[in-house]
Design a protein around this ligand. Structure first.
Ligand code: FPP
Length: 232
C-alpha cells in the first residue's frame, strides 16, 4: 500500500457470499461462514496495519432470523467461538471490540461474552472493530429515537449519532462482496455520504489485495458531499 494513499478512517463491509462460496464447493453453508470468519480475522489485522481506525462488519441482520434454525444456531455458535478464539489477537493488535445491534433474541451467554470482551479491549486500542450483530438500520434509527425520548433530549441532524448503538464517525467507504447492489438495511443513517464499492468476489475469497483495490478505487473518486468542487 502506497504511503500517499488516503486511507479511509472508517470502512464498513457487507460480508456477503459465504453460502454461494460453500455451494460452489459442494459444502454446507456453515462451512462458508467459518471460512468467512477466517477472512474477517485477516482483514481486521490488515486494517490495523494500514491505519484504518474503525472497521464495521455486518455479521447478522435482524432479517437473518428467517434462515433455517440450523444456520441461525450455527451463526450464534460461530460468533461465540470467534469471541474466544480472537481475544488474544484483538488484545495483541490493540483492537477495541464492540457490537452494534439489538440485544433481544440473543442468548444471555453470548451477551455476557460480548460485554466481557468489549470491556477487556476498551482500555488501550488503536483500532475499533464494530460487529453489527442482530442489527437492522431501521431498527437502529427507531431505537435511537426512543432513547432520545427517554432522555427527553431534542434530536437534530448534528446530535443524532450519539443516540445510535455506538457513537463512532460515519464510514467513508462501504464495501459489499459477492456482486449484490443493495444496502440491505445496513447503517442507514451513517451511509449518507459514503462511497460504495462492490466486488464480485465472495467474502471467503476476499483478502488484503482486494481491500487494496477498494481503497484505490475510493482514492480515485472525489468526495464532494453534494457541493461543487470549486466551493472549497
Ligand atoms: C452473508 O453471506 C453472510 C452472513 C449472513 C454471515 C456473515 C458471517 C461471517 C462472515 C462469519 C463471521 C461472523 C462472525 C459471527 C464474527 P450469505 O450467507 O448471505 O451468502 P449467500 O448470499 O451466498 O447465501
Amino acid at each position: 500500500m502506497e504511503k500517499t494513499l488516503n486511507i479511509p478512517k472508517h470502512i464498513a463491509i457487507i460480508m456477503d457470499g459465504n453460502g454461494r462460496w460453500a455451494k460452489a464447493k459442494n459444502r454446507p453453508r456453515v462451512f462458508g461462514h467459518k471460512a468467512g470468519a477466517d477472512t474477517l480475522r485477516k482483514i481486521v489485522k490488515y486494517c490495523g496495519n494500514i491505519g484504518v481506525e474503525y472497521l464495521t462488519v455486518y455479521a447478522f441482520s435482524t432479517e437473518n432470523w428467517k434462515r433455517s434454525q440450523e444456520e441461525v444456531s450455527a451463526l450464534m455458535t460461530l460468533f461465540k467461538t470467534y469471541i474466544n478464539s480472537e481475544r488474544k489477537m484483538l488484545l495483541e493488535n490493540k483492537v477495541r471490540f464492540m457490537v452494534s445491534g439489538r440485544k433481544e433474541g440473543v442468548s444471555k451467554n453470548l451477551l455476557d461474552a460480548i460485554e466481557k470482551l468489549e470491556n477487556e479491549t476498551s482500555k488501550e486500542y488503536k483500532m475499533t472493530l464494530n460487529i453489527a450483530f442482530n442489527y437492522g438500520g431501521r431498527a437502529e434509527i427507531i431505537d435511537a429515537i426512543k432513547k432520545a425520548r427517554e432522555l427527553d433530549e431534542e434530536i437534530t441532524e448534528e446530535n443524532f449519532s450519539k443516540f445510535l448503538y455506538n457513537d463512532i464517525p460515519d464510514p467513508e467507504l462501504i464495501i459489499r462482496t459477492s456482486g449484490e447492489f443493495r444496502i440491505s438495511n445496513f447503517l442507514l443513517w451513517q451511509l449518507a455520504y459514503s462511497e460504495i464499492y462492490i466486488t464480485d468476489v465472495y467474502w471467503p475469497d476476499f483478502n488484503e489485495e482486494e481491500l487494496d483495490k477498494a481503497i484505490y478505487s475510493y482514492n480515485k473518486r472525489e468526495r464532494r458531499f453534494g457541493g461543487r468542487i470549486d466551493d472549497k
